[in-house]
Design a binder for this molecule. Sequence first.
Ligand SMILES: NC(=O)c1ccc[n+]([C@@H]2O[C@H](COP(=O)([O-])OP(=O)(O)OC[C@H]3O[C@@H](n4cnc5c(N)ncnc54)[C@H](OP(=O)(O)O)[C@@H]3O)[C@@H](O)[C@H]2O)c1
Length: 273
Amino acid sequence: MRTTELAGNQVPVIGQGTWHMGEQQSARRREVAALQQGIELGLQLIDTAEMYAEGGAEEVVGEAIQGRREQVFLVSKVYPHNASLRGVPAACERSLRRLGTDHLDLYLLHWRGEYPLADTVEAFERLREQGKIRRWGVSNFDVDDLQELQAPACATNQVLYNPEARGIEFDLLPWQQQQGMPLMAYCPIGQAGRLLRNPALLAVAEKHAASAAQVALAWALRQPGVIVIPKAVDPLHLRQNAEAAALRLDDADLAQLDAAYPPPTRKRALEMV
Ligand SMILES: NC(=O)c1ccc[n+]([C@@H]2O[C@H](COP(=O)([O-])OP(=O)(O)OC[C@H]3O[C@@H](n4cnc5c(N)ncnc54)[C@H](OP(=O)(O)O)[C@@H]3O)[C@@H](O)[C@H]2O)c1
């Protein structure tokens, strides 16, 4: 597995998302097994959030990493409505309890809310001093938010990025690359929707004897400083996602994908789901 630097660690460029895990008791065994299979395949970065199934996804992750905590780079996120000086440590304690661990490797503000950024940052820094989190970062921040944040300690910004949503290439992605701030790309395979049926993606996939999802992942990973966090429960999906790290797209492939999904030529509002 290829790695890149995130928060002072070498992490795999492909991790595992967990949105919609923990929503149904009947799916729990499969979800735990999927996360464990992903760890075995080298997808040791796991992204979760207190929001996902209102703590249910963190519980699934907690079960999956029991006895393997040291193999995993663990990321969780705090709700904006909990992002106050007192709310952050309380939310973090609840996440740690559900995850069955004494620390997070990275704790993100899920999106910007009502509380002053300075309060959230102070709360994150206190947690870092106490060893409850190793580093902190943000999610769904555009360039102006990051400039306002003015925090070299911010380890990452996690945003929507796939061929259907490439507005960040105009300004946010180059800005983060210039600052040396890795970007975590969420929904990298477009939630397995229309993107995976696009003829250009399918043609490039066929050329490489790959799947459309693998092409989408390789496309996001064509540039440095990007980490993708596809969510997969299906064992075949997990294997494909892990193998996508080895897929290299050539100039002709990229031109074909540019024709289907033109790069941005002007500023676009940051897209989110
Ligand atoms: N910070 C934020 O605001 C934010 C927002 C959205 C998401 N996220 C994070 O980013 C992660 C990824 O985003 P997402 O889950 O919304 O969407 P996604 O990863 O783009 O797509 C997930 C869907 O793709 C399917 N899939 C996975 N691998 C596949 C493959 N190789 N071939 C075909 N289908 C495949 C999955 O099916 P199976 O599960 O059946 O395998 C699932 O239905 C989330 O889980 C979450 O951790 C963060």
